[in-house]
Design a protein around this ligand. Structure first.
Ligand code: GLN
Length: 484
């Protein structure tokens, strides 16, 4: 096996045993990127020199930290001191922050080595990474297909063995859906468990930073590093004493698993459904109790999500007006034209659509009719989950109704693109933890299973995922990129 193929845990043990150096790992990863990223196109920026210099000085010894010498990548919506942070937008094409997001400082403090910044849908609005202002990322399992989105670069890079792990952000499914399409682990923890400070906001009440990794163990390791209270984010919660690794055991005897009947209906690919049913059987074999549950309002979650997310996006993106940072139109001869020309040039179509829609639903006369209604739906979605979680420990569903679609296939069909998140959005609406793990293949394309937990029961979600993973080997399958 090549170094770039290894998990975080495997790399760490080789480092500790002095079998390899961090420089060797970083070189192996950078070489891999040179060979495959022309095809996959996951990276917007590769921080090659920085990574090589840092790795030279990192040695594993008794004082080593959790990530000493381990490479990672970041979705390009996370601010990195001295490294361009674009949100895959022309607006921020030349924006280089002079500070690190809290998650980035935490990875750095534990000795991680940043390899680069990863492609995404512009300002996280999309489900395919085709909305990047720069280029589309491709699915490593089939280069003619999308990797999912909006954190598609992060997912594709981990799936293509260009990184052992990466961070992404998830507002309505942007970690779980690409993880599902790319056949890797993608975890969106409970809202508030990881600081959002320094991460470009899309919809602040829904946004959550999370992790892409090759297995659940690595996901728990990274959680230990990045989760917990941050004075700079008032929505972050004190979880400092939580050790996510301690939850990873395979004894799930007596665990109650619910499968929501509404999540297996309209438009569901029968083969996807069959794979989830097979997985539920596996859980029963392992001693879990599986029962049908009902989440009747989830059906309305997607529509309400688009109202709420767009409303929040319209206010969050108001800061990008050409004044403080980002693209500025220098030709305008008055300030109002400068604002509007800068935004007209800087933003792509999807961002314009959503900011206009968001401004509309917040405007006087429409606020009650749309925004307030959407908030009421959000409450109902939440209450459904609360009720179900009185009876079961976790909920299992497919992550998406289908496997990865072709690039361009949904370009003229925005609604069918939005439908990609129909099974993931309710989880953000309720702020719950959700993970997608590989559970099979259809015609050579990966299928993901979503496990949803109670608020702050992130450990139980990881445990449920770990138990399945230990009894299957879907996560060990690798795409053939023709260069292995
Ligand atoms: N695909 C969804 C959207 O377009 C979710 C995006 C996200 O989670 N950032 O809004």
């Amino acid at each position: 096996m090549q170094l770039y193929e290894l998990t975080l845990k495997q790399l760490k043990s080789k480092l500790i045993n002095q079998e390899i150096s961090s420089s060797e790992i970083v070189d192996s990863i950078l070489d891999r990127i040179k060979v495959v990223d022309e095809k996959v196109k996951a990276f917007i920026t590769v921080t090659e020199d920085m990574a090589k210099n840092l790795a030279k000085d990192l040695k594993q010894n008794s004082e080593s930290k959790v990530l000493t010498g381990i490479p990672y990548g970041l979705k390009d919506d996370m601010c990195t001191n001295g490294v361009r942070t674009t949100c895959a937008s022309k607006m921020l094409e030349n924006f280089t922050p002079n500070y690190d997001a809290t998650v980035v400082s935490r990875l750095k403090d534990q000795g991680g080595v940043l390899i680069g910044k990863l492609n995404m849908d512009e300002f996280s609005m999309g489900s395919s990474t085709e909305q990047s202002a720069f280029f589309a990322t491709r699915n490593p399992w089939d280069l003619s297909r999308v990797p999912g989105g909006s954190s598609g670069g992060s997912a594709a890079a981990v799936a293509a063995d260009e990184l052992p792990f990466a961070l992404g952000s998830d507002t309505g499914g942007s970690i779980r859906q690409p993880a599902s399409f790319c056949g890797i682990v993608g975890f969106k923890p409970t809202y508030g468990s990881i600081s959002r400070w320094g991460v470009m906001p899309f919809a602040s009440s829904l946004d959550q930073v999370g992790i892409f990794s090759k297995d659940v163990q690595d996901c728990a390791t990274v959680m230990n590093v990045i989760a917990g209270k941050d004075q700079l984010d008032s929505t972050s919660v004190d979880l400092d004493s939580t050790d996510y690794i301690s939850y990873l055991d395979t004894n799930i005897k007596g665990m109650k698993i619910g499968f929501p009947k509404e999540y297996f209906q309209k438009g569901m690919n029968e083969e996807v459904k069959a794979l989830i049913m097979k997985a539920l059987n596996k859980y029963e074999e392992m001693g879990a109790i599986v029962q049908e549950v009902s989440l009747p309002h989830s059906e309305y979650a997607l529509q309400a999500y688009h109202v709420i997310a767009s409303a929040e996006a319209s206010t969050n993106l108001a800061r990008l007006d050409g004044v403080e940072y980002g693209l500025r139109d220098f030709q305008a001869d008055n300030v109002v034209d400068m604002f509007s020309n800068s935004r007209a040039k800087g933003f792509g179509d999807e961002v314009k659509l959503r900011t206009m829609f968001g401004t509309f639903v917040l405007s006087s006369g429409y606020y009650e009719r749309y925004y307030l209604k959407a908030m009421q739906v959000r409450r109902l979605v939440n209450e459904d989950f609360n009720k179900v979680f009185q009876d079961v420990d976790v909920i299992i569903s497919p992550t998406t109704m289908n496997t990865a679609f072709k690039i361009g296939q949904k370009a003229d069909d925005v609604l069918s693109l939005y439908m990609n998140d129909v099974l993931t959005v309710p989880v953000n609406m309720a702020g719950l933890p959700g993970i997608s793990i590989p559970c099979g293949f259809i015609d050579g394309l990966p299928v993901g299973m979503q496990i949803i937990g109670k608020p702050f029961a992130d450990g139980s979600v990881l445990k449920t995922a770990f138990a399945f993973e230990q009894n299957t080997d879907y996560h060990k399958q690798k795409p053939v990129l023709g260069v292995n």
